[in-house]
Design a protein around this ligand. Structure first.
Ligand SMILES: CC(C)(COP(=O)(O)OP(=O)(O)OC[C@H]1O[C@@H](n2cnc3c(N)ncnc32)[C@H](O)[C@@H]1O)[C@@H](O)C(=O)NCCC(=O)NCCS
Ligand SMILES: Nc1ncnc2c1ncn2[C@@H]1O[C@H](COP(=O)(O)OP(=O)(O)OP(=O)(O)O)[C@@H](O)[C@H]1O
Length: 211
């Protein structure tokens, strides 16, 4: 059976999790989340965390041996070569988790939350792409507020990703999250009502995109 695989992406803090939670609770759809797999990849005792500790030294770990995410974030959101290095060891693990979960699921529709869907060239993993967007200023403010970041830290994270205009240009569905939560969820309802299963052609999919 061919599954409907909705790839949910957008900029950091534009509202992907908000949409995913709504699709899970209101439409009972299973959610697969790249950020969760990426956390699993670096769990204590994992070979990937060992590689990271070897590359950056033990100082990249917290006293309890967990990854110091703040420290690694400071490195990779400011140094593109280091970001590439980290992604090269984490992304194959994440891709594998998706393939396995899709294979094992009996659901005919699944939602894949993939912040770096375009950057990592994962278009061919999904059958349709939804992009959640908001204005650049809202995005930065929401990120600062939610993660307690400085203006500069938030800008570094945003600038580590492909521009939202590029993501919108490549989307099958665009959800505008620049006003209220109700408006966002209403758009989701409209899309769920109007959009039937629509496979992307394989020729549209696939290459990694430089940021
Ligand atoms: C650097 C890390 C430790 C920071 O952890 P932190 O808890 O602060 O953030 P979290 O993991 O919750 O990610 C939050 C958001 O940051 C953005 N982000 C994460 N990694 C990247 C990246 N390599 N490039 C651009 N944006 C990224 C995404 O929008 C993500 O949703 C972590 O993000 C990480 O391990 N990143 C590398 C793995 C990766 O590429 N993950 C993205 C999903 S595959
Ligand atoms: N319409 C809205 N109005 C005000 N705040 C919002 C709105 N939508 C989302 N938010 C807030 O913005 C923040 C980011 O939303 P959310 O966590 O859904 O984004 P995300 O795209 O999943 O983020 P990430 O890329 O970091 O995983 C959250 O704190 C959320 O509560």
């Amino acid at each position: 059976m061919t599954k409907r695989l909705i790839g949910l992406t957008g900029g950091i803090a534009t509202g992907k999790s908000t949409v995913a939670n709504y699709l899970a609770t209101t439409y009972n759809l299973p959610i697969l989340d790249a950020d969760i797999y990426a956390r699993e990849a670096v769990s204590v005792g994992s070979p990937i965390l060992a590689q990271i500790a070897q590359h950056y030294g033990k100082e990249i770990l917290l006293p309890d041996d967990n990854l110091n995410r703040l420290k690694l974030g400071e490195i990779i959101f400011n140094q593109p070569e280091e970001r590439d290095w980290v992604e090269n060891i984490i992304h194959p693990y994440v891709r594998n988790c998706f393939s396995q979960a899709i294979h094992e699921s009996s659901a005919n529709t699944l939602v894949l939350v993939i912040p770096l869907l375009f950057e990592a060239g994962l278009e061919n993993l999904v059958s349709e792409i939804w992009v959640v967007s908001c204005s650049a200023e809202q995005q930065k403010q929401r990120l600062i507020q939610r993660n307690n970041l400085t203006d500069e830290q938030a800008a570094a994270r945003i600038n580590s990703q492909l521009a939202i205009t590029e993501k919108i240009a490549r989307a099958d569905v665009v959800l505008d999250n620049s006003s209220s939560l109700e408006s966002l969820l209403q758009q989701v309802d409209e899309v769920m009502k109007s959009r039937t299963f629509n496979l992307r052609s394989p020729s549209e999919s696939g290459k990694e995109v430089r940021r």
